[in-house]
Structures are given as structure tokens and as C-alpha cells.
Design a protein around this ligand. Sequence first.
Ligand SMILES: [Zn+2]
Length: 193
Amino acid sequence: MIVRGKKRDILSSPDALARWWEEACKYHPDSNVVKGAGEPVTWDTDLLDAMKMVRMALRTLSAHVVEQHAVYEGDLEPLNEVLALGYPSLEGTGQGTMISVIRLRDAKIGAVLLPIVLFALRLFTEADWQRLYKCKNDRCVLFFYDTTKSGTRHWCSLGCMNRSRSIQHYRRTIEEKLLPIDLVNPGNPARPD
Ligand SMILES: [Zn+2]
């Protein structure tokens, strides 16, 4: 994230990861499709490191999609390794019917990472790639999925839009002050087309 103009990694410690996960689950209550998610998680540096690997893999893949580059098998490996932590399973509802659930082979890491990668799997295979964008604010690191009707959003948030616009306005003001006076119209500073 960008905080007061500076890049800050919010996943700075296992505790910070736990706080982020708690927030993320509020936005995505269906992350408990994985059996075992919701049970106490051991928040340690192993999990934090694994999470950062997944984050890097998702960033690489998102960048390839946005820049319309081909996707390489090697980019998919870290995500496939996480997907292999779970397996589809049937579960009786107790009322004579059954539902499909995903069970974990490795609950320690899978309970957090698998729901994230399952969302990514849906995003990359079912969503419209044209709607995946990198935020247009040069200093912002976020990608976002545009759900507006027109599909032409440029910024991840209103904050980024306002910051970008005020920087552009500032640059234009500076350029106008530095550019030579137009000799044909001395009253107007020359503007680049
Ligand atoms: Zn942004």
C-alpha cells in the first residue's frame, strides 16, 4: 500500500498477516468454502513467507495479463502447489443430501492460502481479462478488477484518482510557468500538444 506517499508492506509480520486475514474474511465471507479454514491458524514466519510467495506469484500473473504477455508454466507453479494442498470432497448435510467441499491435506498453510488461490483461479479462468487493470497512479502498486458498467475505471480508489489528478494539475502548472512565452500570442504560455 501507499501510506503518506511511501510504499509500505502491510504484511510486515505474522501478526500483521493475521490482522489482514481477519479484514479480508469480512469482505469475503465465502472464504470458508475450504474445510479447516476458520479453525485457529498458527501465525508464524513460515506462513508469512508462504503468503509472500503467493502474493508475488499473483502479482507476476496479474502483470502478464494486464500487459497481454503470454503466461508461462513456471508462473503457475507456486499457485498450483497451493491448490495441491486441498482436494474436492463430498459431505452429507445430515438431511439426506450432500454438498461439495474442499478439504485440506495441509491445514497449517492451506487454511489461509488455499481460499486466496481459489479466488485467483476463478479470477484468471472465469473473469473478463479486459477488466483487470493496474492502478493508473504511478506510485500505487495495486491491481483491481473493474466492475463498473463501462469497464473504463483507471484508479483503484477515489483516493488514488484524486492524488493522480492533483499531481497532474501540479505538473501542468509547473510546465506552464517554465515554458517560454508564445511569440505569436505573447499573453499565452506555449502549451505542448
Ligand atoms: Zn491506486
